[in-house]
Design a protein around this ligand. Structure first.
Ligand code: WTA
Length: 634
């Protein structure tokens, strides 16, 4: 089968592929790219210059990614299940869509978009819960060449507005409301609130999910099910340049507001499919389930695109792991015969804390491969996952990657390469990581620790940050000349496996979600009575990292609970419920250097309860403040 080209099935294949990819990267990636449907072949495989940065893959190639996700499969897999959608409430019927059905829906949705004036290059913001229409909407945008910007439904109206405005989106796709565990939550009204500040938006297309009556603004808002009837089901795909933007996804960095990471059509397609098939060792009859939300990069690459590009059958889940009880994941695995299960360490830790009573009723015998993503997995959680979910027989792929990398860069390949607890392990063939010292010297030995960089591009590397290329250069390509800097620290063991330690910048990873400290601080500072704040991460048993805020208020705090409530409200309004601080300590001052820079190192140590290793505090403007902070530690 042509699809077996480039498939890495043995350790020898892995070694050979890695060697090939280093000696002849262009030949290596061209062979992968050949397997797709292109309207026009590329002229050059790669052009790159990390100093600008300027990276182009499959230059001059023309394609549409949805033809590769859908049309390409119709002949062989038209009746194969593409999507098994499992609703929030297990009592509600699940939905199954074959490749043909999904294709037809995407075409129809694409026609709805066209009918409402959406064109190639327009930005469409998608703010929807995990319903099938979310994936359909994303693919419909790609079908007509509109650039989708999916915003996770846990973000507030303010965050949504910021993202819509940054991208100058013309259209918003949303639902009336959403189910989340035992709760029903609004979606459309959040959009309405955001749109009061978004002059570029002309249309809102609303999917009915909870059946709420919502306000529909005449001339702007329409119901999807009504529009659906007005269009037909044929929609030819827009022919896109390999380097045309496919989507924008906003992510947090150490400074300023979240930035719009831009991925393009050709390289992203090739890399997500390649990494999906090889990391998970997907075989034709397997059922894959990634529990991430499409609002994050994991859901883009390993729900919306990678599995469909590979012709896979996948489960998409609307709900949460603990509803109706903490056995829900395992019940769904048994119900749909899931073979490959991909989730986040935070979910594993939380289910582990609920105990084995929620695991033992399920057989889990269909499982073949387990995966994790988004944050380091501690050894205890790794062993629990291996023993109680994988029953000791399933390999675990600990996949390291980023919104900016588009796909998994470091991971063992299931069964093929070996695993080690808490180690993402091996670079995928085609990926060239290196560790450098703080001054940018490459560390070539093993059994070392350093800053993780990439010295050669891979097809799904970010191309720019929307509307601000200089920010992209500064954030990722200016620290170390000629290298892409990940922002992560890592170790390399004696055999060459990588172990990711975590962020070395001011990014906090809460339950696998990235937040910049500056972003949280500016939300906190909006609370009435707050003068200044500083936020750091601290180790949290379930979330990986929790958010610890030090806050200076105007005058003494009379009612601490009330003040904390106001601060939390400000964060929920500014960012969303997912960024609520876990601890808020009121302080009279912050440890600052004479030049006014906050010494976060000290705050981090206090939050981590490492009070004896604060280091040198003599350079502080007011060293006494440290004693107060230590005493008031929560
Ligand atoms: C962290 C998520 C350890 C890392 C796909 C990275 C990980 C950030 C792992 C990106 C892993 C991701 N082990 N840490 N397997 N995977 N990370 O953009 O710090 O939401 O820089 O992408 O998550 O988060 P993002």
């Amino acid at each position: 089968m042509s699809e077996d080209v480039g498939r890495i099935r043995t350790r020898e294949d892995y070694r050979a592929a890695r060697k090939h990819s280093i000696e002849d990267p262009e030949g290596f990636w061209a062979a992968q790219a050949e397997r797709f449907h292109w309207h026009e072949h590329w002229n050059e495989v790669l052009e790159w210059d990390f100093t600008k940065p300027d990276v182009k893959w499959f230059v001059g190639g023309k394609l549409n990614i949805t033809e590769n996700c859908l049309d390409r499969h119709l002949e062989q897999r038209g009746n194969k299940l593409a999507l098994i959608w499992e609703p929030n409430d297990p009592k509600e019927r699940f939905v199954r869509l074959t490749y043909r059905e999904l294709f037809e829906r995407v075409c129809r949705y694409a026609n709805v978009l066209k009918h409402h004036g959406v064109k190639k290059g327009d930005r469409v913001c998608v703010y929807m819960p995990m319903v099938p229409e979310l994936v359909i909407a994303v693919l419909a945008c790609a079908r007509i060449g509109a650039i989708h910007s999916v915003v996770f439904c846990g973000f507030s109206a303010q965050s949504l507005a910021d993202r819509i405005n940054d991208a100058e989106a013309t259209t918003v796709l949303c639902s009336d409301g959403m189910f989340r565990g035992a709760k029903e939550m609004p979606v459309k009204s959040v959009v309405d609130e955001a749109l009061a500040k978004c002059p570029t938006v002309k249309k809102v297309i609303v999917t009915e999910r909870v059946g709420w009556s919502v306000q529909m603004q005449e001339g702007r808002d329409v119901w999807l099910h009504e529009e659906w009837e007005k269009v037909d089901g044929n929609c030819s795909a827009e022919v896109m340049d390999s380097e045309d933007p496919l989507f924008i996804l906003y992510t947090s960095g150490s400074t300023g507001k979240p930035k719009g990471v831009v991925h393009t059509c050709g390289g992203y397609m090739v890399y997500t499919e390649y990494s999906f098939r090889n990391v998970f060792q997907y075989d034709e009859s397997d059922v894959f389930w990634c529990t991430a939300d499409v609002g994050w990069i994991t859901g883009h690459s390993y729900i919306a695109y990678g599995p469909l590009l590979a012709g896979a059958t996948q489960v998409m889940f609307e709900g949460v792991p603990t509803f109706p009880d903490a056995g829900r994941f395992w019940q769904v695995v048994d119900k749909h015969g899931v073979n490959i299960f991909y989730t986040a360490p935070t979910a594993i830790r939380s289910l582990m804390a609920h105990g084995l009573d929620h695991v033992l009723p399920y057989s889990l015998h269909s499982l073949k491969v387990l995966g994790t993503v988004g944050e380091p997995i501690n050894e205890e959680a790794w062993h629990w996952y291996k023993t109680h979910i994988g029953k000791g027989r399933c390999p675990i792929v600990d996949t390291w990657w980023q919104t900016e990398t588009g796909g998994i860069l470091i991971s063992s390949l299931a069964v093929v390469t070996d695993e080690r607890p808490s180690h993402a392990a091996w670079p995928l063939p085609g990926v060239q990581p290196i560790l450098v010292t703080a001054d940018g010297q490459e560390i070539s030995d093993n059994e070392v620790e350093g800053l993780l960089c990439m010295k050669f591009p891979w097809p799904s590397i970010l191309r720019t940050t929307w509307g601000d290329h200089e920010r992209c250069r500064q954030t990722y390509f200016s620290h170390y000349k000629g290298l892409y800097f990940t922002g992560d620290g890592a170790k390399r063991d004696a055999d060459g496996r990588y172990r990711i330690i975590g962020r070395v910048d001011d990014v906090i990873n809460v339950s696998g979600h990235r937040f910049g400290t500056a972003e949280i601080e500016s939300a906190i500072n909006e609370a009435k009575g707050v003068v200044e704040s500083a936020v750091v991460g601290f180790p949290h048993d379930i979330k990986g990292q929790g958010i610890y805020a030090y806050v200076i208020t105007e005058g003494p705090v009379a009612d601490a609970e009330d003040m904390r409530g106001r601060i939390i409200e400000a964060v929920v309004a500014g960012i969303g419920r997912i960024a609520k601080p876990d601890k808020i300590q009121f302080v009279s001052g912050l440890p600052k250097t004479r030049s006014g820079k906050i010494m976060r190192r000290i705050l981090r140590k206090v939050a981590e309860n490492e009070l004896n290793s604060l280091g040198d505090t003599s350079t502080l403007l007011d060293p006494k403040v440290v004693d107060e902070i230590k005493e008031g530690r929560l």
